[in-house]
Design a protein around this ligand. Structure first.
Ligand code: COA
Length: 385
């Protein structure tokens, strides 16, 4: 598999009261077209990741919104898979190109979450879990991941509270060096430990925030990518699913769908986990990043903590993780996150990640999860020689 990345565009993430859903999407769309140096009429089809615009903005039909934004009438659909919606849109775009249905596609992700209060956003997000078993009984996403954190830290006590907090410290360190990030500030382990308890053991700074933002990427076929001189290719795509509820899950100390998606993407890309130079992973809560590095095979199960003892995951470390700031610091506009991860890896492989540039990176991976692990999508990116 080989699909070229022609251009990327992203809005500033955060509380974007200056722009609505439509404007955020348009801003990212225009930026990716400009970056790819193509015109809207060159796009064959569009795939748009979004989770919550229905309940949060009263707006469905995001596919048509994206084409109306560009004044074109090409095929365009909304793709939904909870917090993995952006990666699923990316995969749909890849499939369109690989099947020959399209030669140039625009993949967008957009979410406008701060126009409602936290309770409304929390209820919308809980739609990613199991309504009958979890939502109805009062569980929230911080609650679900707190259950996972407690189970994990009981089984693997070497993941101490300080090492868990270090995930957030590192992501804020990266975020402070990224202009499109929501929280551009460095923090300490004490900031995390002393912040408000949300769902024991997860405090405010263990949680990703509620965010507005949009991201857009232009993909093309291998031959067109060569013709236009694209510098980055996507060479593997893996998607796996699992139970919606934790109660029906086989394990609470790992996210098996992440591992399955990674294995499938690596097989397609013909790589091993040791070939990976950097990764953007789904750190919706600090415990999720520990489970993600294990799912990607960057650490053995139960040993993810080891990567957080020696600054290995910093941008100048052995295996940089979440150089964008991750979901924690960069923000988590859920439908846009998967596309943002792809943009960060692309910019890193193109040498455009000023202030947080990973040197000599050739292979980068994105890992995006929907719900508490019911959907997981992994993509492998390669720098073109
Ligand atoms: N990390 C750090 N600071 C945060 C933050 C976060 N995750 N969320 C909010 N803040 C800050 C705000 O900027 C604000 O700071 P200020 O007082 O200096 O302006 C302050 O905390 C209060 O913000 P507010 O929006 O009132 O927070 P809240 O208590 O309503 O919401 C959470 C905090 C953690 C409950 C909310 O961000 C949340 O639900 N996060 C999880 C989202 C989620 O589940 N996503 C899906 C994952 S799968």
């Amino acid at each position: 598999m080989n699909v070229g990345v022609l251009g990327v565009g992203i809005t500033k993430f955060g509380e974007r009261w200056d722009q609505g859903l439509r404007e955020l999407l348009l801003d990212a769309q225009i930026k990716s077209l400009k970056d790819a140096n193509i015109e809207a009429k060159d796009i064959d089809s569009l795939y748009n990741g979004n989770m919550g615009a229905g309940p949060l903005s009263g707006q469905l039909h995001i596919g048509a919104m994206a084409t109306e934004n560009l004044n074109i009438d090409k095929p365009s659909v909304r793709v939904e898979g909870a917090c993995a919606s952006g990666s699923l849109a990316l995969r749909a775009g890849i499939e369109a190109i690989e099947s020959g249905v399209a030669e140039i596609v625009q993949v967008n992700g957009v979410e406008k979450m701060t126009d409602v209060d936290t309770g409304q956003a929390t209820t919308m997000l809980m739609g990613a879990g199991d309504e009958e078993l979890e939502g109805f009984n009062g569980l929230t996403f911080p609650g679900l991941y707190a259950l996972l954190a407690n189970a994990y830290m009981h089984k693997y006590p070497k993941l101490t509270r300080d090492l868990l907090a270090e995930v957030s410290v590192k992501n804020h360190f990266h975020g402070a060096r990224n202009d499109y990030c929501q929280f551009k500030k460095e923090i300490t382990i004490d900031t995390v430990k002393n912040s408000t308890m949300v769902a024991d053991p997860l405090t405010l700074f263990d949680c990703s925030p509620i965010t507005d933002g949009a991201a857009s990427i232009i993909l093309t076929s291998e031959s067109k990518a060569k013709e236009l001189g694209a510098k980055v290719s996507i060479i593997g795509s893996g998607l796996a699913t699992d139970t919606l509820s934790l109660a029906r899950r086989n394990t609470l100390t790992a996210i098996p769908a992440g591992k399955k998606a990674a294995e499938s993407a690596y097989a397609q890309a013909k790589i091993k986990s040791t070939d990976i130079n950097l990764a953007e992973v789904h750190d919706c809560f600090t415990i999720a990043e520990i489970m993600a590095v294990e799912a990607l095979g960057l650490a053995k199960e139960g040993e993810g903590y080891k990567l957080y003892q020696n600054k290995d995951t910093y941008f100048d470390g052995r295996i940089p993780i979440n150089t964008s700031g991750g979901l924690k610091a960069c923000g988590h506009p859920v439908g846009a996150t998967g596309v943002k991860q792809a943009i960060e890896i692309t910019m890193q492989l193109q040498g455009r990640a000023k202030g947080r540039q990973v040197e000599n990176a050739k292979i980068g991976v994105t890992h995006n999860v929907g719900g508490s692990g019911a959907t997981a999508c992994v993509h492998v990116f390669k720098k073109v020689k």
